[in-house]
Design a protein around this ligand. Structure first.
Ligand code: C2O
Length: 506
């Protein structure tokens, strides 16, 4: 169906999600940004109205619909200076796109500098009327969406090009569904999720992190994973999930703990960050799973020290699992191989020797203005041309700067034929997703995808300060036919007031 236009009003407000008051970016008055929902095949229309005016925070914006392929609508991808100019304060921009054949768990966030760390991030769920996993759960609604966010007490200082403060500063708290506690406020309210004994719930776990990964678990319950990043998987039961910035999972939780004398009926939900304040003293990094009929007390359950962790290479795509490239075992079967190399020099990140700097004109507009030679697209060296209908293999080494980096590709899902911490290749039934942990030194994560979607698409580290420090490239897919995709009424709408912007973002 074609859905009515939905306004998303961006504004600045002082909020205290962890007990500490600070100005933030809110959407329709709320942080996290409100849950947006659609059905598979819907055309959705989000009218973003920019009322941002807070001094020291960015006033311009764009919104990216993370994981949505934007087939034929590259212009609606929301990547600042790749697909459009920033929307200026006092102006609006209509994102109008179809969910196509996609269903699953997505999210949306500012794709301008580090603005999403200041609050512009929320979940987006696309329901499937013919979900193949439907028989596995009883409930799947707004109460079963779980978002994880790192939260900072100072704005991301987005006016600096290399805000090293962001990568070096520690977040002050972990928010689960927008609530948490920083160390200075042991009374701040925690999120409570209510379940009923005997029911099965499809939870949709969304990492809206700007930086850390989280080890997620729910005490005394196991998690049956059925979806990764908008792609159904064969069900896999684990105790804990290490989820990286930008990733999503659906898992089924069987509420199988009866409420009876001697048990509180309350269980900790934990999101333990990969670094930073990561013990549970004072119940930081926690929320509560509460059974109907239980008392309103804190859980007394214990952290599972030796959980069965989700291992990415054990996860298998449910539908058409074969990786692109035929015959599947033959590495030469791919048409294009891109070997990436990541480095950090000083405060900047480099991909194959180039640190991504936003170009003066969005890459899409350069192409629409007839620059179809990918080598001539700006920023020089950061754009890689890809032909249409090709199988592409990309290899990415782990461990730059000794930490794991999650890499996200726009416009596609990819098959993870080699996962982090694995030395073997799986071309037959690898998981398919859109954001992958590239692991540590010695790892060489390898992905494959098909070029079925003309337009310029970002591939970047989803640690937001790293993207801002150049950890990105753009794949310019089939530049010759990009102009035949459907732009908004006129190309110039992508940068309507570009020359008159009071605050330039490039
Ligand atoms: Cu969720 Cu390019 O980002």
């Amino acid at each position: 169906a074609i859905r009515p236009i939905q306004d998303l009003v961006l504004d600045n407000e002082v909020i205290a999600p962890d007990g500490f008051r600070r100005p933030a970016v809110v959407v329709n008055g709320s942080f996290p940004a409100p849950l947006l929902t659609a059905w598979k095949g819907d055309t959705v229309r989000f009218n973003v109205i920019d009322k941002l005016a807070q001094h020291l925070m960015n006033k311009t914006t764009t919104i990216h619909w993370h994981g949505i392929f934007q087939q034929h609508t590259n212009w609606a991808d929301g990547a600042a200076m790749v697909s459009q100019c920033p929307i200026a304060s006092g102006h609006s921009f209509l994102y109008d796109f179809s969910t196509g054949q996609q269903a699953g768990t997505f999210w949306y966030h500012s794709h301008l500098k580090q603005q999403y760390c200041d609050g512009l991030r929320g979940p987006l769920v696309v329901y499937d009327p013919e979900d193949p996993h439907r028989h596995l759960y009883d409930h799947d609604d707004e109460n079963t969406v779980i978002t994880l966010s790192d939260w900072y007490h100072t704005p991301a200082n987005i006016d600096q090009r290399f805000p090293q403060q962001c990568s070096n500063r520690e977040f002050n708290s972990t928010l689960i569904n927008g609530r948490g506690r920083w160390i200075g406020d042991p009374t701040a309210e925690l999120a409570v999720i209510t379940v009923e004994y005997g029911h099965r719930y499809r939870f949709r776990l969304v990492s809206m992190s700007c930086d850390p990964d989280y080890v997620f678990q729910i005490d005394e319950h196991n998690l049956t994973v059925i979806e990764a990043d908008g792609q159904n998987t064969e069900p896999l039961t684990v105790d804990a999930i290490d989820i990286f910035a930008g990733q999503r999972y659906s898992f089924v939780l069987d509420a199988n703990k009866p409420v009876r004398p001697g048990v509180t009926g309350n269980y900790w939900i934990r999101a333990n960050p990969g670094f930073g304040p990561n013990n549970f003293t004072g119940f930081i990094n926690s929320a509560i799973l509460r059974y109907v009929g239980a008392s309103n007390e804190f859980p007394r359950t214990e952290w599972n020290q030796r959980p069965r962790m989700l291992n990415e290479s054990d996860l298998h795509a449910l539908e058409d699992p074969k990786a692109p490239g035929k015959p599947s075992q033959n590495p030469d079967a791919v048409n294009v191989t891109v070997n990436l190399n990541f480095t950090k020099v000083g405060d900047s990140y480099f991909v194959n020797g180039h640190s991504f700097v936003p170009p003066p004109l969005p890459v899409l507009l350069q192409i629409l203005h007839h620059q179809t030679d990918p080598r001539k697209l700006l920023p020089y060296g950061s754009v890689i041309g890809l032909p249409r209908n090709a199988s592409v293999q990309v290899t990415m080494p782990g461990g730059v700067d000794d930490i794991p980096h999650p890499l996200h590709l726009h416009g596609h899902a990819f098959s993870v034929v080699r996962s982090a911490e694995s030395t073997s290749y799986n071309y037959d039934n690898p998981v398919r997703r859109d954001t992958v942990n590239t692991g540590f030194d010695g790892d060489n994560v390898t992905i494959r995808f098909e070029t079925d979607n003309p337009g310029p698409w970002f591939l970047h580290c989803h640690i937001d300060s790293h993207l801002n420090a150049g950890f990105a490239i753009v794949f310019a897919e089939d530049t010759n036919t990009t102009q035949y995709e459907k732009p908004p009424q006129s190309w110039d709408e992508l940068c309507p007031i570009y020359d008159r912007l009071p605050e330039k973002d490039h």
